[in-house]
Design a protein around this ligand. Structure first.
Ligand SMILES: [Zn+2]
Length: 247
């Protein structure tokens, strides 16, 4: 498995629910921000308003709590901005509106790398919002954000420009092929997860331990103590190649 050592200048994590990106790539984001000054934007797709077993809790109160927790977690990591799309938990669909919102965020913040959940699984199941957000993130990265004929009103009316994302890193993958060494950044990851207090229910210690074991497990094949692993998709069709392919 290839160990990625070159941080991007700008990165964007597209997360379906509050806390998913801290679990999937929080160590990587913290490392890039601290070591390279990477500008990180987090796109939070849903407000997480179903994530409770407390019968006294309402969706409205929970949404408010969880969006605040996401902002606090992003602050712990050192992210530059959180973009709140505020879809209801369990309500993500692969719609033109959702794609346009992720494309707008990409064109505005210009990430070289987009991080998202791997939407494709063959032997295991994942939350519907995870599939939808992963698929839309990858599609938005390539080729919607790149072509000025997609969502041209963003270019004509909002002053945005097409943007070419270099690659996507997908966490939660059944077949990861790259990883990032996050030794020294596990505490940042766990501290950011701890901000999602509504989801912890006193389980933080166990959860922190679980993430340590998980990161350690993912690093077994690399020889690194702690790592976050991803499936990498490179959108490496340069303009010359593109012209060749289309002539
Ligand atoms: Zn989730």
């Amino acid at each position: 498995m290839e160990v990625i050592t070159q941080p991007p200048m700008r990165a964007m994590a597209v997360t379906p629910h509050p806390d998913d990106c801290e679990g999937g790539c929080g160590g990587t984001l913290a490392k890039w921000i601290r070591e390279a000054g990477t500008e990180v934007t987090i796109v939070l797709c849903t407000n997480g308003d179903k994530g409770t077993s407390d019968r006294e809790m309402t969706s409205a109160r929970l949404a408010e709590t969880r969006e605040r927790e996401q902002q606090e977690a992003a602050d712990v990591l050192g992210a530059k901005e959180v973009v709140f799309l505020s879809y209801p938990d369990g309500g993500l669909e692969d719609t033109k509106l959702f794609r346009s919102q992720v494309v707008r965020a990409i064109r505005r913040h210009k990430p070289e790398v987009v991080l998202a959940i791997d939407p494709y699984r063959s032997v295991s199941h994942t939350h519907r919002d995870h599939r939808m957000s992963g698929q839309v993130a990858v599609d938005a990265a390539y080729s919607y954000a790149w072509s000025y004929l997609h969502f041209p009103e963003q270019i004509a009316e909002e002053g945005l420009e097409p943007h070419r994302v270099r690659e996507a890193y997908l966490w939660g993958s059944e077949s990861p092929d790259i990883c990032v060494d996050i030794e020294g950044f596990m505490d940042n990851k766990i501290d950011s997860l701890a901000k999602h207090a509504s989801q912890m229910g006193g389980r933080l210690v166990n959860r922190g331990e679980r993430y340590r074991r998980w990161a350690s497990h993912s690093a077994e094949r690399t020889g690194l103590p702690y790592a976050e692993s991803f499936r990498r998709i490179q959108f490496n069709i340069g303009s010359t190649d593109w012209q060749l392919l289309n002539t």
